[in-house]
Design a protein around this ligand. Structure first.
Ligand code: BGC
Length: 773
């Protein structure tokens, strides 16, 4: 069946090319419908209820189900509307968002359930991105854990907290692959790699949606932003995206596909245009790929005013046309544009929009409402106890933070720190800034629940060592007057902890692109002044963007990338700094040496003139050193590579051993999974217990399309006692070994050669090779 579909697809492609249609053909063609992505939404009884309700609805009520408004703190430009109660009463709203709290959501729900004609419950949404009240580290930080099971657990807690307040829909996970550190939203996703991104995407969906959407603690996920938003040109938010179908499918779509296959109930369309067609009115993406290829049976919501923005994109002259284009492309719900509600009935009556398109959209929205059990249980429990950051919640938040914080440098073993009889200077604008620990999308997190690094150290060191605190400078301030006091504290101490970085809400997240990625304000000067004291400086970074650390690197003996770690920030960092807990996190993004290298990622394609082993730290001295893919003033490599992170111990990998020496392409295709096992022995060669993230990378040569020099195809966390060895085994199948040919068909080709590397970063060196015959 799969092969037949493949042949049909090939034939369609051939005929498309022959008839001169632009080569970019995304869809599988009609009749290639997949099994539904979410079995619950496909249930017969549920769909009978949907049809019954649909038959009773007026055109206006149908349009109402497709309209969504924000009440409360806006996360974009507003519509100017505030008559929400009237709209709900009239059945003119399907969903509200940014309404938080059981009493608040119930207030609007009562109007819908008691005063609207059909009593269709509202679906309340919210940006629960890395926690609702219990704030976990930012998604980019959580990706550093390489621990999807832990992320699933955290997001289960986040969903349950939201759901207890009537919020049954979260605008997460953000699964946009991002390779440009200038883009502020890089913190909202899982970084640069599609394999890690897909693993994390599945974890979020499982966490939010649980075993069934009907469980009262489950919330519907919204996978965003579909698609390729993370590739915004020059890292500028909302900017244009132009990319090949191969890159789209090989790099940017896999996390979306994984989330949809995991049963994600909704998808959010992106702001950007993709190859000239805005994602919010892009039938190839929304209908061709999402629905026909992947069998998506939930609904798509636009991003904030993205339907209206089709006019700005220049593909619609007015709002009505924008609404028609978005809806027919596959955007069922209009977030904040206020165009579907009033626009759809007019479009249908004037014959510009078919009733069938509207019905199908309403069906999809109602399915999710039925699946969540909203008709039976529309209200949140107002008597439930108010939120408290209990010990249990803190423990999970702390564990996630501890596993998300990356040790980048530890020269001379300056870490772990010891407590006894010492003086420690704590300096920097992020040492005691509770709000910034919550990250850019902080849900309903409360700075009062945050343990800052200063608070954690004060408690830990009380009676044992002296802590001298000085802020030194502000995050963005250019006032150097506090530096002197910080220097004094450093001079009087044995070691300095400098807590520097970025402001969480202004400098990272949405609409926070940067062109300079050093430490902002006067922080570089502060760091330099601290280093000049000669005291060892431990730099703890609290930031969103992957930063350019060349300068910081020169002045700090140790560097800890803590990101914005959530409510247990201080405790987690302190536990790591003093060695109660060992570092285990690894970078989910390459850290650049300079902004000019961006976009930067490890899985680049081979070029015709690779730099190979040429020394790129100096000017070229021969034509061989010059006419290669390089810069004359910077190296190609990152300062710290993807997958990298230190520990208080060290690990050794044996060369990979393959279960078979060669593979046959036909057999790989036929058998699908588990055609090759790759084994390596990992040994803890240091003195303390530690966790390593064993990573398997694969390269492919001799294929019909150029392939990345290497790409991640497996990872596993292993905890080993000193001296302990254990085998790690990875299994490869068609999914890992196949690639996209020039027609974007997934293939394995005979006559190709595979390279494998195993180790604990993308620069892993233990190598094996095999042929595909
Ligand atoms: C963002 C989305 C978010 C939405 C609702 C938009 O501006 O791009 O990620 O879910 O606002 O707040």
């Amino acid at each position: 069946m799969g092969e037949r579909r493949g042949r049909i697809r090939q034939a369609l492609r051939r005929s498309a090319r022959a008839s001169g249609i632009v080569a970019l053909l995304f869809s599988l063609g009609a009749g290639a419908a997949q099994a539904p992505s979410n079995a619950q939404l496909a249930g017969a009884e549920l769909n009978r209820r949907v049809e019954k309700l649909l038959r009773q609805m007026t055109l206006e009520e149908k349009a109402g189900q497709l309209a969504q408004y924000s009440i409360g703190t806006p996360t974009g430009p507003g519509t100017g509307r505030d008559d929400y109660e009237t709209l709900v009463r009239a059945g003119a709203v399907g969903s509200l968002f940014n309404v938080v709290g059981a009493r608040e959501t119930n207030h609007y729900q009562r109007i819908a359930m008691e005063q609207s004609r059909l009593k269709i419950p509202l679906l309340f949404g919210f940006d629960v991105i890395h926690g609702h009240r219990t704030l976990f580290p930012t998604p980019l930080a959580m990706a550093s854990s390489f621990n999807p099971a832990l992320v699933e657990q955290a997001m289960r807690m986040a969903g349950a907290e939201a759901s207890s307040e009537g919020i049954r829909w979260v605008f997460s996970p953000m699964v946009d692959i991002a390779r440009d550190a200038r883009w502020g939203r890089i913190i909202e996703g899982s970084g640069e790699d599609p394999y890690l991104g897909a693993a994390m995407a599945r974890a979020y969906v499982r966490g939010y949606q649980g075993k069934s959407l009907a469980e009262p603690t489950s919330v519907a996920a919204s996978v965003k932003h579909f698609a390729a938003y993370g590739a915004a040109e020059a890292g500028r938010d909302y900017n244009t995206v132009d990319m090949s179908e191969l890159t789209l499918r090989q790099v940017y779509l896999p996390p979306f596909q994984a989330a949809v296959a995991e049963g994600a109930a909704t998808v959010m369309s992106a702001f950007n245009s993709l190859n000239g067609v805005p994602a919010t009115a892009n039938p190839q993406l929304l209908t061709g790929i999402l629905r026909k290829e992947w069998g998506f049976n939930g609904f798509v919501v636009s991003d904030w005013t993205a339907v209206q923005e089709l006019v700005n994109h220049g593909i619609a002259l007015d709002g009505a046309t924008a609404a028609r284009k978005a809806l027919t492309a596959g955007v069922e719900m209009d977030m904040e544009s206020h165009l579907y509600g009033p626009g759809i009935p007019q479009l249908v009556r004037s014959g510009k929009l078919s009733q069938a398109v509207v019905d199908e959209a309403v069906r999809r929205v109602l399915r999710v409402k039925f699946a969540l059990g909203l008709f039976e249980h529309p209200y949140a429990d107002e008597k439930a106890a108010a939120y408290v950051a209990t010990a249990e919640k803190r423990e999970l938040a702390r564990r996630v933070a501890e596993e998300s914080i990356v040790l980048l440098k530890n020269e001379g073993g300056v870490l772990p720190l010891s407590t006894s009889g010492r003086k420690i200077a704590l300096v920097g604008p992020l040492a005691d800034s509770a709000g910034d620990m919550l990250g850019a999308w902080n849900g309903k997190g409360d700075p009062k629940d945050v343990v800052t690094l200063r608070a954690a150290l004060e408690r830990r060191l009380e009676g044992k060592a002296q802590l001298l605190y000085a802020k030194g400078t502000g995050i963005l301030s250019h006032d150097p007057s506090g530096i002197q006091q910080a220097v004094k504290a450093a001079e009087a101490s044995d070691v300095v902890i400098a807590a520097l970085g970025e402001d969480a809400s202004q400098m990272s997240g949405e609409a926070a692109s940067r062109t300079r990625l050093g430490l902002p304000g006067h922080q570089e000067q502060l760091l330099q002044a601290l280093a000049a004291t000669g005291k060892p400086v431990v730099l703890v970074l609290f930031n969103g963007h992957p930063l350019v650390l060349e300068n910081a690197q020169a002045h700090a003996r140790a560097i800890v990338e803590a990101w914005h770690p959530g409510i247990e920030a201080g405790n987690a960092v302190a536990n790591l700094l003093f060695g109660d807990v060992n570092f285990s996190a690894r970078l989910p993004v390459s850290l650049p040496r300079s902004v000019g290298q961006l976009p930067l990622y490890y899985s680049q394609l081979s070029t015709g003139r690779p730099a190979g082993t040429t020394d790129l730290t100096r000017l070229p001295r021969s034509t061989g050193e010059k006419y290669i893919s390089r810069y004359i003033d910077e190296q190609n490599s990152p300062l710290y590579p993807f997958g990298y992170g230190l520990s208080y111990t060290t690990f050794d990998f044996s060369p990979p051993v393959l279960s078979v020496p060669v593979l046959k392409a036909a057999a790989v295709k036929k058998r699908g999974q588990g055609v090759m096992r790759v084994k390596s022995q990992v040994r803890n060669t240091g003195k303390v217990r530690g966790t390593v993230v064993a990573q398997l990378y694969l390269g492919l040569r001799g294929a019909s399309t150029a392939q990345p020099v290497r790409q991640l195809v497996g990872f596993e966390r292993l905890t080993l006692a000193p001296g302990e060895s254990r085998d790690v085994e990875f299994t490869l199948g068609f999914q890992e070994l196949s690639f996209l040919d020039a027609n974007a068909a997934r293939v394995v080709e005979p006559g190709t050669q595979y390279e494998l590397w195993v180790g604990d970063s993308s620069e892993a060196t233990q190598h094996a090779r095999f042929a595909m015959e």
